[in-house]
Write a protein that binds this ligand. Structure first.
Ligand code: TPP
Length: 328
């Protein structure tokens, strides 16, 4: 893939922080997979491994008081926006200490203190929430920006076009971030998505760009420009990120040969890995030595182990609370 994009060069501090955060997300997801396979976690989960550059690149361009909305594949977004590992694991395990007191699980983690309005299991469902958050930010006279993460499967949902129309008319501070990981469940997106993706937001007069989602520095550069533009009254934008999920649609989707080849998976893992690409760049620029990257990995691993131990030991909510905070 060759996408030419402007790239503001970033300093060592930010690059190392992005490396650390992408590593944390990857290790978190590997551990979530283990929790599922060892039957410690109720339900299933959708792993973000391979797509870390998108969440981290975009969220690194945000302030804490900016907003995000997320999807069923949302752990990476939550961690990139500042969620704590221990409370995330606790939510996955249904524990009282979790972000939704154990009642939301993997697909409903919300963390308002860090500006995360929540994951959403309805494909396209969060597009209305993000646009509403942007309207609220504008009406309250703030300069907060809302980011709407969604997979390319949501391009088939009508609400996206209703909200892009409103966002453009009212110049709302929202950036729609489309994570195109090539597949809607088990169907290649080209079988479900007609025409030019960027032509859709452009039809509403929305600034639309695309970027290599495996290159966290490029994602950051584009996001930083679009976020500042929205913050300064420039209106909504759309960022199409080309990426890939290494694992199945969810943790139970292990036999994938009927819809994509092992060669394709191997190619992305071996030549398009966001951690490897940033690590190589850091070393080439002499901003980090292999030992520095190893230390960051060790620190992230320790954070995961501590968070996991906390969640495993944490109590479940009391059965008397079963109907509290639950809506039907
Ligand atoms: C409205 C709606 N329709 C169908 C589903 C079932 N479903 C869950 S995930 C998914 C595919 C989503 O693909 P995409 O948006 O590209 O996100 P990805 O899983 O690739 O991250 C579907 C069809 C759903 N959750 N919501």
């Amino acid at each position: 893939m060759s996408i030419t994009a402007p790239r503001t060069e970033i300093g060592a501090e930010l690059a190392l922080e992005m490396y650390r955060r992408m590593t944390l997300i990857r290790l978190f997801e590997e551990q979530a997979n283990d929790l599922y396979r060892s039957a410690k976690m109720p339900g299933l989960t959708h792993l973000y491994i391979g797509e870390e550059g998108v969440a981290v690149g975009v969220c690194s361009a945000l302030r804490r008081d900016d907003w995000i909305t997320s999807t069923h594949r949302g752990h990476g977004h939550c961690l990139a926006k500042g969620a704590e590992v221990g409370r995330m694991f606790a939510e996955l395990l249904g524990k009282e200490a979790g972000y939704c007191r154990g009642k939301g699980g993997s697909m409903h983690i919300a963390d308002h203190e860090n500006g995360n309005l929540g994951a959403n299991a309805i494909v396209g469902g969060s597009t209305g929430i993000a646009t509403g958050a942007a309207l609220s930010a504008q009406r309250r006279g703030t300069d907060e920006v809302a980011i709407c993460f969604f997979g390319e499967g949501a391009l088939g949902q009508g609400i996206l076009y209703e909200v892009m129309n409103m966002a453009s008319l009212w110049r709302l501070p929202v950036v729609y971030v489309c994570e195109n990981n090539l597949y809607n469940e088990y169907t290649h997106y080209l079988e479900a998505t007609a025409g030019d993706i960027l032509g859709r937001p452009r039809a509403f007069g929305i600034e639309a760009r695309e970027v290599d989602g495996q290159d966290v520095r490029a994602v950051y550069a584009q996001a930083a420009e679009l976020v500042e533009r929205a913050r300064n009254g420039g209106g909504p934008a759309f960022l199409l990120c080309h990426t890939y999920r290494y694992h199945g649609h969810h943790v139970g989707d292990v036999d994938r040969a009927y819809y994509r080849s092992k060669d394709e998976e191997e190619l992305w893992r071996s030549s398009r890995d966001p951690l490897a690409l940033l690590g190589t760049w850091l070393e080439e620029q002499k901003l980090a030595a292999p030992e520095d990257l190893k230390r960051l990995e060790d620190e992230a691993r320790a954070e995961i182990e501590t968070g996991l131990a906390f969640a495993l030991e944490a109590p479940f909510p009391d059965p008397s609370e079963v109907t509290e905070d639950v809506f039907a």
